[in-house]
Write a protein that binds this ligand. Structure first.
Ligand SMILES: *Cc1c(COP(=O)(O)O)cnc(C)c1O
Length: 425
């Protein structure tokens, strides 16, 4: 599932001993595997090759421009949610036609930037936004295309903060309303409303919701076409599962087996916006043990990364498999699993140095015994890891490293104290 494996008890990123990276770059550090990114992208491209499909990697999951660059070279487009992300993509990719832009609160300045860049589609979340886009496009003398984000009202099992496809969310419009939006704006010549966008949520593990969503959207598309509207594309959003634990989510081929037959011969281009399923297990966060301590009945392992570096456990109660980067052969984990219990492990909480009780990475986790100086790998940290990191507690954000075979490159330097105050002078 990725290229982070133990050899003789030592963790390697592709062919690189991660301990060497830590020695050179310091900790905490995000380490990405280029081959893992490319493999996941290729598997999705292959799975949907029977349809005219554009994969738009979700920039908010992992937006380093060096990563976006090789993704663009491999044929990826991009799903963006802000002017900042547009700027990032334009540093990395030559053409903007494979950019789709979602988000409920696009500002005028952001819309104008995207119009000038000639992006592929604006994914529209409300009538008010569409009216504003039309106004700005006319003002700029620009023509563009838009997809209406429709909320199919599908149950999508995930954390409450991560479900976006139910009726009562701030995202998109419901199906009945979609007909009215097309009736009112479908004939506009500056903004060609010619696609439907759906994004159900993130971190689900089932194919079902996608199948149901397509089954609900296709009749809408038929109806719109029968009313004389041109619908050229369906954007099915992101949210495909990632293996935070070994082999727990459907593969790209399995999702495609559910989705592709429904869309054959429908004369629709397909757009997908995978984030996590491409980058989650393409990255780890490496952190060093500072102290161990006993408190009440608990044993704590205090590490040099904090919730400012990786907030998913605190924010979503997310599970990340954690294991030392160097262990005795008998303690090499056979799989990454919530309930892994190997002989010789000790139950601990892994916590960070930030002054918040919510600053933890794992609770009551059975880990091989560790001491000050040990390196721990937090696995499946490539998605919403660095991209959600902050400077809270005036902590410098971690370095990012890209491994390609036998080589590694620092693709983002560790921040310095100077960086922390640079804009305050
Ligand atoms: C966040 C987001 C995605 C990516 O979600 P993943 O779960 O990372 O695949 C795709 N599309 C939209 C509109 C999003 O907001």
């Amino acid at each position: 599932m990725d290229h982070f494996n133990y050899e003789k008890g030592k963790l390697f990123a592709e062919n690189m001993d991660v301990e060497k990276i830590a020695a050179e770059v310091g900790t905490p550090v995000y380490i990405y595997s280029k081959a893992t990114f490319e493999e996941h992208l290729r598997k999705i491209q292959d799975a949907y090759s029977k349809l005219d499909t554009t994969i738009c990697f979700s920039v908010k999951a992992c937006g380093n421009i060096n990563i976006l660059k090789f993704m663009a070279d491999q044929g990826s487009g991009f799903d963006i949610v802000s002017g900042g992300e547009l700027y990032r993509v334009l540093q990395a990719a030559d053409e903007a036609s494979k950019i789709v832009y979602a988000g409920v609160g696009k500002t005028d300045a952001e819309i104008v930037e995207a119009l000038k860049a000639d992006i592929g589609y604006f994914n529209i979340e409300s009538e008010a936004e569409l009216e504003n886009l039309i106004r700005l496009a006319e003002q700029q003398g620009k023509k563009t295309r838009a997809a209406l984000r429709v909320n199919p009202d599908i149950e999508y099992k995930t954390h409450a903060f991560l479900a976006t496809g139910k009726k009562e969310t701030k995202f998109g419009v419901d199906i009945e309303r979609a007909l009215r939006v097309f009736a009112e704006y479908g004939g506009n010549t500056s903004v060609n409303l010619c696609a439907i966008h759906v994004h159900l949520g993130t971190s689900g593990k089932k194919i079902d919701p996608y199948v149901k969503a397509v089954e609900k959207i296709l009749p809408l598309i038929d109806r719109l076409r029968s009313l004389g509207h041109t619908i050229e594309a369906l954007d099915l959003g992101g949210g495909y599962g990632a293996d935070y634990e070994s082999d727990t989510v459907p593969s790209a081929a399995q999702y495609a087996a559910g989705i592709v037959p429904l869309l054959k011969d429908k004369n629709l281009k397909l757009i997908l916006e995978p984030g996590k399923s491409i980058c989650a297990n393409a990255g780890i966060m490496l952190t060093r043990v500072l102290y161990t301590k006993q408190g009440g009945g608990k044993r704590f392992v205090i590490v040099d990364a904090g919730m400012n570096d990786l907030i998913r456990p605190s924010l979503y109660d997310a599970f990340h498999f954690i294991w030392p980067a160097k262990v005795a052969q008998k303690l090499v984990p056979p799989q990454r699993d919530k309930s892994l219990q190997l002989e010789g492990t000790v139950v601990v909480d892994v916590v960070g140095p930030v002054c918040e009780a919510g600053d933890f990475f794992a609770k009551d986790r059975a880990l091989p015994p560790v001491e000050r100086g040990c390196l721990l790998s937090v696995f499946t940290a490539g998605a919403y890891g660095f991209s959600m990191s902050s400077n809270y507690n005036a902590r410098c954000r971690a370095a990012e490293v890209l491994v390609d075979g036998d080589n590694f490159t620092v693709i983002r330097k560790r921040e310095t104290y100077e960086d922390l105050i640079a804009l305050e002078k």
